[in-house]
Design a protein. Sequence first.
Length: 346
Amino acid sequence: MPKLTEKELKEQIKTENFSNVYMLYGEESYLKEYYVGKLKEKLVDSAFADFNFHQHEGKNSSIDDILQDAEMLPMMSEYSLVLVHDYPLDKNQGDLKALKEFFKDIPPSCVLVFWFDSIEVDTKKSAKWRAIEKEFSSAGCSVNLEKRSESELVKLILSSAKKRSCTITSQNAAYIISVVGSDIQTIFSELEKFCAFAAGGEITKEIIDDLAIKSLQARVYDLSKFILKGDGDNAYKILETLFAQKEEPISILAVISSTYVDMYRVKCAKAAGENEMNLTEFFTYRGREFLIRNAARDCRTISIASLRSALDHLTEADMLMKSTSVDGKILLEETVAKLLMLKRSA
């Protein structure tokens, strides 16, 4: 069976047309956990879970223990479920070899699920992970649960708000994503709070601004906006707030850098006569398309030369933070000063 899309996985679970082997990976942790839960819900009768459900944590299990459980026959049930979380299959060729042998004669009553969450599976860059995925796809199926696009997240927010008897505009749904990020679990947690406050009414921008816990990216974006305006007073106020909140200078610098990289990419795309939204085809903006729109708006009065100079300053600061004992806060303050000077001289 080839790689499955999320829609095909959902259909399999709905119709109970299960594969014997699953490999679940990808960027979206919430979706992986959600579908693992759905598989368990469908496959395991709670009355016989002690006999028919076997869970393994990768760091505490061996491939022999996993396959031994996979060979066991279910009791009073059609299936047994063996769930393996974060097993480092890429670290030991012997483990993969043992798994390949098992795949040749899988008990029809077993559903074996390898779920990779904290372990990054990169099938584009890693030949090992490509080979592993190929084995799973041949014996059963693999599913890459990627970040949802911004339009998909907006629809999810609209439907979730409706289920909670609240309303929200598409514009404010998109604003939520820009403020709290594109992680689905975080969005749901924040939405629960907004709906409770709205009490069956509309979730307005004011409610979002008053109640939302801003992501680091959103807070640093506010800092970047003041830098781009040449407003040093407000830029340093936000910087001091970030320091007071114990944010690491290297993390703040990384987000500022990404903001300038976004603007540089947009500027180059426009110079080449391309639509800036085409950047989603080449870079990881899925679920964060608002970054491109923000960059397109913010870089209108900035030249490519100025952006290059800004990126030089940011790269220099990054190298110094990582290779010297100079206080990261001081380096970050100096870098913000350089960016402000660059803006004022433009």
